[in-house]
Ligand binder design. Structure first.
Ligand SMILES: *Cc1c(COP(=O)(O)O)cnc(C)c1O
Length: 344
């Protein structure tokens, strides 16, 4: 059976050319700072993001955690959206490992945080209060349909953070999807951020890894935090080489994933019993609400699985499909057909 795997963009496997780059990578002990390929990935990432320095980490979760640990002390507070991956899907690592208090406010449907609500969440100077240290947003905002946050919004949020003396961190797991979908230089999306992390292992197709970027002093602290978490890697250049390959070859092609997701959305809109959730700008993520009574997300995913289409259930009446480079434009009508049959 022809399997079309839309569970996530993390399922992407390294291409033959990426594997060649990995096999040929020059390596050294990265904890000693000796791995030339890791150093090259970190410098390339920092240059792409317009920041002073970068740090290669094992995952997006680790990238967000070391970023918060490096900038917040015990009892400090972080403002973030109630739909943020860092709040929902990272085991509360900031609280568990850093003693950092998450202060959630609602995500608007477009993934933004309302600026007045951010301002309202900032604590004054009072002996009873924790200290608000940092605000973080996600771009693209995964649980809000993968909608990208715009440079205009980021400039406003950045101005607010600076005015109130807060650090601004961007969870840019899919920041390149945002840049490609909006047609802007990725630098512009993070110009207002003090720190950011992005994933190499999602739509960019590397097998492992994320990169954290910021100024040199921050990266030095983040490097310490990475080490205590057990994330000091040795001849990691083999992995970093895949990341360099991804940044040099796989960014532009994210547009195909977005195009495929839009085609899928159009095809599924015509089917009764389900409703693709709209976004302002489509990236690679498509959430679908199930309107048919008695049909659960798990059941629909299982019905599709029997037809070779793999998606995830993301709620009792919600499923998620994520396009990626193993799924072609020709596959999209087949996915629509599988939905039609699975709903019949
Ligand atoms: C996937 C993801 C992460 C974490 O990435 P892992 O590499 O799976 O730890 C963080 N933030 C967002 C928005 C993500 O989608």
């Amino acid at each position: 059976m022809h399997i079309i795997d839309l569970r996530s963009d993390t399922i992407t496997k390294p291409s033959a050319a990426m594997r060649v780059a990995m096999a040929e990578a020059e390596v050294g002990d990265d904890v000693f700072g000796d791995d030339p390929t890791v150093n090259r990935l970190e410098a390339l990432s920092a240059a792409l993001m317009g920041k002073e320095a970068g740090l290669f980490v094992a995952s997006g979760t680790m990238g967000n955690l070391v970023s918060l640990l490096a900038q917040c002390g015990r009892g400090d507070e972080v403002i973030l959206g109630d739909q943020a991956h860092t709040f929902v899907n990272e085991q509360g690592g900031m609280a568990a490992l850093g003693g950092i208090l998450p202060h959630t406010i609602r995500n608007c449907p477009d993934g933004t945080l309302d600026l007045a609500e951010v301002e309202g969440a900032i604590r004054g100077d009072n002996i009873h209060y924790p200290r608000t240290r940092l605000v973080t947003v996600e771009n693209t905002q995964n649980l809000c349909g993968g909608n990208p946050l715009t440079p205009a919004y980021m400039h406003q949020l950045g101005a607010l953070a600076r005015r109130r003396g807060l650090r601004l961190h961007v969870d840019g797991a899919r920041i390149f999807n945002a840049a490609v979908a909006l047609g802007v230089d990725v630098k512009e999306l993070v110009a207002d951020a003090d720190t950011l992390t992005f994933c190499l292992s999602k739509g960019l197709g590397a097998p492992v890894g994320s990169v954290v970027c910021g100024d040199r002093a921050f990266i030095a602290e983040a490097r310490r935090a990475r080490k205590v978490l057990g994330g000091g890697m040795r001849q990691a250049g083999i992995l970093a080489a895949a990341g360099i390959y991804a940044l040099e070859n796989n960014v532009g092609r994210l547009a195909e994933d977005h195009c495929n997701a839009a085609a899928l959305e159009a095809g599924l809109s015509a089917l009764p019993g389900i409703r693709p959730e709209p976004v302002q700008v489509r990236t690679d993520i498509l959430y679908i609400t199930i309107e048919r009574p008695g049909l659960s997300g798990g059941q629909l995913a299982a019905n599709l699985g029997e037809r070779g289409v793999l998606i995830t259930s993301s709620g009792p009446k919600r499923v998620r499909a994520v396009t990626n480079y193993h799924a072609t434009a020709e596959d999209m009508p087949l996915v629509v057909r599988a939905f039609r049959e699975a709903l019949a």
